[in-house]
Design a protein. Structure first.
Length: 295
């Protein structure tokens, strides 16, 4: 594992206090991870590994992101991706089942899918495939390239340690051919492992005591901002500061989003919110895969 050294000013969650800024500058969402019951099936069809559901106090759990192991015939799954990544054995991909609940709930339309269309591999061709996670081989076995359908740039995922205590972490950098390979670029997303207080790592509950914190590192501004947490049971995304929203917007712009991918009925805030949900959840899935949470 490589050691990642970052010692920047931090926007910790405990430091984020509500301000007089409008509510539109705040993003908060909770997601739970549902794992399907194991069943035997032919490898000719895709296999559902897990489903991520968005939670709301006044709404049913919404199945948003689904993670799949590709079928044997997978050549057309990524045909709408700018870089046309090729899926191999061991790779996984994500589909969007229903739209996210946004901070502007009036813009959401209820799904009209029938039960026969729910999360089955038979209607896989009709699913909205939005990300592909391609594992590296050889010496970089614990590294991957993550492609998003609605962006020109992919992300490089790697395993390492951070801080003086060599805390396990997973780092994600934006691939840019114009940069030196040793240069991680301006923006870095990093899932850092943290222990839950009061939990014994050697106990039978150690699986559920695992927690990761996602930080956004702006190397130009020398800023490290906490934006999400994750356990084997779910994720929480929390952004309260306008300054963090601005850093996220810079990060989104660096990925060269495809102009046609931005919803015509959505404003800039909602576009950023939807981008953030997809990226946090997908990068979290790669961490879950490395941690053995996918089963």
């Amino acid at each position: 594992m490589s050691a990642f050294s970052v010692n920047y000013d931090s926007d910790a969650a405990s430091d984020e206090r509500p301000t007089s800024q409008p509510a539109r500058t705040k993003i908060q969402a909770n997601f739970q991870i549902a794992r399907p019951a194991p069943k035997s099936s032919l490898r000719l069809s895709a296999k559902l590994l897990l489903q991520i559901q968005q939670l709301s106090h006044n709404h049913r759990p919404v199945p948003v992101l689904e993670i799949w192991q590709p079928p044997l015939r997978k050549s057309k799954l990524t045909r709408d991706f700018p870089q046309r990544p090729k899926l191999r054995a061991g790779d996984i991909y994500a589909t969007l089942d229903e739209p996210y609940l946004s901070s502007a709930p009036a813009t959401r339309k209820e799904s009209t899918k029938s039960d026969a269309q729910e999360s089955t591999s038979s209607n896989l061709e009709n699913k909205d495939i939005i990300a592909a996670i391609c594992q590296s081989t050889g010496e970089k076995a614990r590294a991957s390239t993550i492609h998003f359908r609605d962006a020109q740039c992919s992300w490089q995922a790697s395993v390492g340690t951070a801080g003086p205590e060599n805390t396990p972490c997973y780092r994600f950098t934006i691939n840019d051919e114009s940069r030196e390979k040793s240069d991680p670029g301006r923006m870095i997303m990093q899932w850092e492992k943290r222990g839950l207080a009061g939990k014994d790592e050697n106990s039978s509950q150690s699986f559920n005591s695992d927690q990761f914190v996602l930080v956004l590192i702006d190397r130009t501004a020398r800023r490290k901002s906490r934006i999400a947490t994750m356990t084997p049971g779910g994720l929480e995304i929390m952004v309260r500061k306008t300054s963090i929203m601005e850093h996220l917007q810079v990060c989104m712009d660096l990925t060269n989003p495809i102009s046609t991918a931005t919803g015509g009925d959505r404003d800039a805030h909602e576009n950023l919110e939807m981008w953030l949900y997809t990226h946090v959840l997908t990068l979290g899935v790669w961490v879950a895969q490395q941690e053995g949470w996918l089963g």
